[in-house]
Ligand binder design. Structure first.
Ligand code: GDP
Ligand code: GDP
Length: 437
């Protein structure tokens, strides 16, 4: 499981600048999908590609305690309390303030591993800044410039040194025959009901997979002669470990399980429709670039009218993931399971499909022939060739000239063309464009 690092600090010290610098997504791997409510306050740092970790930007720790701001503050505190490491960010130019002192007092009470991070150390002598914060009592005080991306590699190195060992390097052993699935979704959509049903119904031996860490847990499942590994779902944890009352929705835990999965099954409650929390979980799946199946649960006992409403809501709220299959299930009655697993297989097969350079070039040729790139301000992009750039999600690297002028609508056309031609469903598809012949 990926460890969690929380950025804590008063407003304007540069937390979000730092957050963006640490989590910038590689190339255009995950292009922004319009319409996803994305709480952009959590992400994955991959500056050290072998040792990713999650980061949460906790805005508003010391904010007003009323209304929305109060809710944000509570969430931030919860995130900090869950973190493996807290980065206490301060502004080196302004020096310590009363608000910093308050946050420090709160952090001491929290007593999580904490590092002091002095930001805005660009063009200013760092030792003077350190002297200003010496009385805070942190042994080491790292100085960085988030805006100028200075000191970030050292920062990541320091962070990794302080994170729990097992969290950083371990991955579940890879059995290519076993599809890794995570059932994700907000509380009460029916995750544990479904998981328990799957485990019970198939009479498999639910064994904790050895080598998993801390509160992560995975269970192997066999069904119709196919093998699966269910990754760290609330359902699994609830059965065997945590007291139900204690279990609470955590987008970070969800992200941790998504990171380890191949196919995420986003469960929705058909009796309640699509909520913002559902969209947040969806955003986490899309951020991770994982294959996705949408399961509309509690389909039992719905009137025709309610079913129609659920369908409409789904198509209204998730129009930007038209590639994801939605299946209607009832975890309680066990209906829709065959369809669910068929969709999981299609998504998995699409996400892991291998392509030859010849077949993708043929596809590009046909795509361009039947619909050439449009002229933009008198210039026309030229798409010369393409090669496969990996799977999970399937990635295509297109080389050519004047690619900056290629309109988004044309990129979508290419994506749709490739999807159709190679029957890619249930997975995001990534196109990277490289200038040059
Ligand atoms: P947050 O409220 O803590 O999230 O702070 P922001 O990231 O929004 O930054 C507040 C202001 O400080 C913005 O105007 C940033 O441009 C500026 N800032 C952030 N990092 C640095 C830095 O490393 N050096 C300097 N000089 N300014 C910075
Ligand atoms: P979780 O928090 O996502 O793990 O949700 P639970 O599995 O604990 O389910 C929450 C509630 O929804 C429980 O009362 C379940 O009995 C109920 N529930 C789950 N699946 C279904 C279903 O398919 N149909 C109906 N009618 N209720 C369901």
């Amino acid at each position: 499981m990926l460890p969690l690092v929380a950025l804590v600090g008063r407003p304007n010290v540069g937390k979000s600048t730092l957050f963006n610098a640490l989590t910038r997504t590689r190339d255009a791997l995950v292009h922004d999908e319009p319409g996803v409510t994305r709480d952009r306050n959590y992400g994955t740092c991959r500056l050290d590609a072998d040792n990713p970790f999650l980061i949460v930007d906790t805005g508003g720790i010391a904010g007003e305690e009323e209304g929305l701001a109060g809710a944000t503050a509570r969430q931030s505190r919860a995130a900090a309390a869950e973190a493996d490491l807290i980065l206490f960010v301060v502004d080196g130019r302004e020096g310590p303030s009363a608000l910093d002192d308050e946050i420090l007092a709160w952090l001491r009470k929290l007593s999580r591993p904490t590092m002091l991070l002095i930001n805005k150390a660009d063009g200013v002598e760092a030792n003077g800044m350190r002297a200003d914060f010496a009385h805070y009592g942190f042994g080491e005080m790292l100085a960085v410039s988030a805006a100028h991306r200075q000191g970030l590699d050292d920062l990541v190195e320091e962070v990794l040194e302080r994170l729990p060992e097992e969290g950083t390097t371990e991955t579940l052993d890879d059995d290519p025959e076993r599809i890794r699935i995570a059932f994700v979704g907000r509380p009460n959509v029916g995750k544990s009901t479904l998981v328990n049903r799957l485990l019970g119904e198939e009479r498999m031996i639910a064994s904790d997979v050895p080598g998993t860490t801390r509160d992560s847990i995975a269970v192997d499942l066999e069904r119709d002669d196919r093998k699966y590994r269910l990754i760290d779902t609330a359902g699994l944890r609830r059965r065997s470990r945590v007291d139900e009352a204690v279990e609470k929705f955590s987008v970070f835990k969800t992200m941790q399980s998504i990171e380890q999965t191949q196919v995420a099954v986003l469960m929705l409650d058909a009796s309640e429709g699509v909520t913002d929390q559902d969209a947040t979980v969806l955003g986490a799946v899309l951020d991770a670039g994982k294959a996705l199946v949408i399961a509309l649960n509690k389909w039992d006992g719905r009137s025709d009218y309610e079913r129609e409403q659920a369908e409409t809501l789904l198509s209204l709220k998730f129009p930007f993931v038209p590639w994801a299959e939605a299946v209607r299930i009832s975890a309680v009655h066990g209906t829709g399971m065959r369809e669910l697993f068929a969709a999981i297989h299609r998504a998995h097969a699409s996400a892991t499909k291998e392509f030859s350079t010849a077949e993708v070039n043929k596809a590009l040729e046909v795509a361009v022939e039947s619909n050439p790139p449009p002229s933009v301000r008198g210039h026309v992009s030229k798409l010369r060739y393409v090669h496969p750039g990996g799977s999970n999600p399937p990635t295509f690297i297109v080389h050519g000239t004047r690619l900056k002028e290629l309109p988004d609508s044309y990129k979508r056309y290419l994506e749709n063309f490739f999807r159709k031609r190679f029957k890619l469903v249930g997975t995001p598809v990534s196109f990277l464009f490289r200038e040059g012949a």
